[in-house]
Write a protein that binds this ligand. Structure first.
Ligand code: R5P
Length: 284
């Protein structure tokens, strides 16, 4: 058994290979003169764990090429962050169900798919092979524990993220709650006033994705207005588009933490251990 990965998932894949004590496959990545992507894998096995987050269009194409290069029915695919998963319905006539289109491409040529905190588990049904989602809420909770905060409030930015906040909070038996949010546009989010006692409390806002940072920036401002002592943010997938990190830090937020499903400077939590545990069970 070996691990192979695309360019954007090298750190996570290396942690996974170390955790499972199996070798990594070396890969040469390059482009043709016209810009088309090319890759050539080193020595492959007939049982390969392919790791690749879909963080942009190139990483999607690279992952599809890699699955084809591996060319064995026993391959397993790990998609730590599945881009396009948020377009999981036809919201308006004429739109694609992008999550379905991506799942159809990636599910061909592997026997099983593993995702990490996918935006909605309903998307898993679009893969043509068995697909399973795992959660790193526990790992986020354990990281929060290391901050040494006094009875932090774990806060979801909306009710959709409440189950995730509950899971994180269960690690330390901390309080949890949610805010109400209205999205005004792709970039602007407004928080409706809600009576949450944050006075003199440390608050950790948790979500699956931080994309533009708009949701958390608005929440942070509101929480400080309500007297919060300090505010942190933790997410699984640090998409952090359009200057989101600096936007958040300029709100006075104490720290922004994410996992390595998208490899960032603030990736302080690894999903590798949970993925390894899942794949080890597979081996038994
Ligand atoms: C939305 O449903 C997700 O769970 C996140 O709340 C959202 O993607 C965050 O977006 P942004 O950082 O752009 O506010």
């Amino acid at each position: 058994m070996r691990v192979i990965c695309t360019e954007k998932s090298q750190i996570l894949a290396t942690s996974l290979a170390r955790n499972l004590s199996i070798p990594l496959v070396g890969v040469r990545f390059t482009r043709f003169p016209d810009g088309e992507l090319y890759l050539a894998a080193g020595e492959l096995d007939d049982d390969t764990i392919i790791v690749g987050s879909v963080v942009d269009n190139d990483s999607l194409v690279q992952l599809a090429l890699m699955i084809d290069a591996c060319d064995s029915s026993k391959n397993r695919l790990v998609v730590p962050y599945m881009g396009y998963a948020r377009q999981d319905k036809r919201f308006r006539p004429g739109e694609p169900i992008s999550a379905r289109a991506v799942a159809a491409v990636l599910g061909r040529g592997v026997e099983r798919v593993l995702t990490v905190n996918i935006h909605d588990r309903e998307v898993l049904k679009y893969f043509p092979v068995p697909a399973q989602d795992i959660s790193v809420a526990n790992e986020i909770g354990e990281y929060i524990r290391t901050l040494g905060l006094d009875s932090p409030l774990i806060l979801a930015p909306d009710d959709g993220a409440l189950a995730f906040a509950r899971e994180v909070a269960s690690v330390g038996r901390w309080d949890f709650d949610h805010l109400e949010k209205t999205r005004l546009s792709g970039l602007e989010v407004k928080m409706a006033p809600k009576e949450i006692c944050t006075d003199s409390r440390s608050v950790v806002i948790v979500d699956d994705i931080i994309s533009t940072g708009g949701t958390i920036a608005t929440a942070t401002g509101m929480l400080y207005e309500q007297g919060a002592k300090d505010v942190y943010a933790a997410c699984v997938h640090g998409v952090l588009t359009g200057g989101a990190y600096t936007r958040l830090m300029s709100t006075g937020i104490r720290d922004v933490i994410c996992s390595d499903t998208i490899e960032r400077g603030c990736s302080r939590i690894t999903a590798a251990d949970r993925i390894a545990a899942e794949l080890s069970d597979d081996r038994c």
